[in-house]
Write a protein that binds this ligand. Structure first.
Ligand code: HEC
Length: 246
């Protein structure tokens, strides 16, 4: 009972800040690639909240339909912009030069981001925006200091501000380090719902970074099942061959 409660506290606690070093620890993303419903939600979140700025130009819509077990009609209605075709890739219309001017950085294509930086990073990055009045867009990110991406999910997560703690080092100098976040405005989602929203997005980004992984996992299970059945038959066969030779 207490074990369960302790675990609950662990899961629900705000980001853990490594004492002293100033570097924040990452929570595990815990996304499950084989969870097709989560991938479907992640795709929807990606189209609605990210494709204003980011493309995923190695992903074709018809492939999404197959892998995410959606009908072509569902993909057309929910995941595609007007005028796009199923054979198109998830590209966007933004001119990189404009994007550079607006944000200071061109929003990168996200096809491979989960493989490049890891799912835990993506998950924590999307939870790590906090208010910083010194920044042009009003926020910074704990995991990408100086990030030029605005906190596009602020309505869902709400806004959080850092809480600082003073520490004294060996020389007696006082340093201000970030000790955690404090919620300033409530979001439309509570903490668990927001985590799930971001986990689904992370799951989708992992899937698009290596679509064959999904197939490989399914194939792996089939191969194991085959081996199991094969073993059974070879065992029975062996019994049959040896039954007279005792
Ligand atoms: C308003 C434009 C905009 C929107 C919308 C947007 N981003 Fe970004 N994003 C950026 C910019 C600009 C950068 C480059 C940040 C930098 O390098 O400072 C970026 C960078 C990133 C990165 C890379 C971070 C890194 O470590 O290099 C990830 C991951 C990312 N965005 C995920 C998302 C996701 C997921 C969504 C949807 C929920 C999203 N973004 C929506 C503008 C946007």
């Amino acid at each position: 009972m207490f074990g369960v409660m302790a675990l609950g506290a662990l899961v629900l606690s705000p980001p853990v800040f490594a004492a002293g070093s100033g570097a924040a620890k990452m929570e595990p993303a815990n996304n499950v690639l084989g969870n097709v419903r989560s991938l479907q939600r992640g795709a929807r979140n990606f189209v609605n909240y990210c494709m204003g700025c980011h493309s995923a130009k190695y992903v074709r819509y018809n492939r999404l339909a197959d892998d995410l077990q959606l009908s072509e009609q569902q993909v057309t209605d929910n995941l595609m912009f007007v005028g796009e075709k199923l054979l198109d890739t998830m590209d966007i219309a933004m001119d990189p030069l404009d994007a550079g001017r607006w944000f200071g950085q061109v929003p990168p294509d996200l096809s491979l981001i989960a493989r490049a930086k890891g799912t835990d990073y993506v998950f924590n990055y999307l939870k790590g925006f906090y208010l910083d009045p010194d920044r042009r867009n009003g926020t910074d990110n704990l995991f990408l200091p100086g990030a030029s991406m605005p906190h596009v999910l602020w309505e869902l997560q709400g806004l959080q501000k850092p809480v600082y703690e003073a520490i004294i080092d060996a020389n007696g100098d006082v340093h201000k380090i970030m000790a955690g976040f404090e919620q300033v405005t409530e979001g439309l989602l509570n903490t668990e719902e927001y985590d799930q929203f971001v986990r689904d997005l992370t799951n989708f980004l992992e899937y698009i970074s290596e679509p064959v992984k999904l197939e490989r996992q399914k194939l792996g299970v089939r191969v194991l099942l085959f081996l199991l059945v094969f073993f059974l038959f070879s065992y029975l066969l062996k019994q049959e061959y040896w039954k007279d030779i005792k």
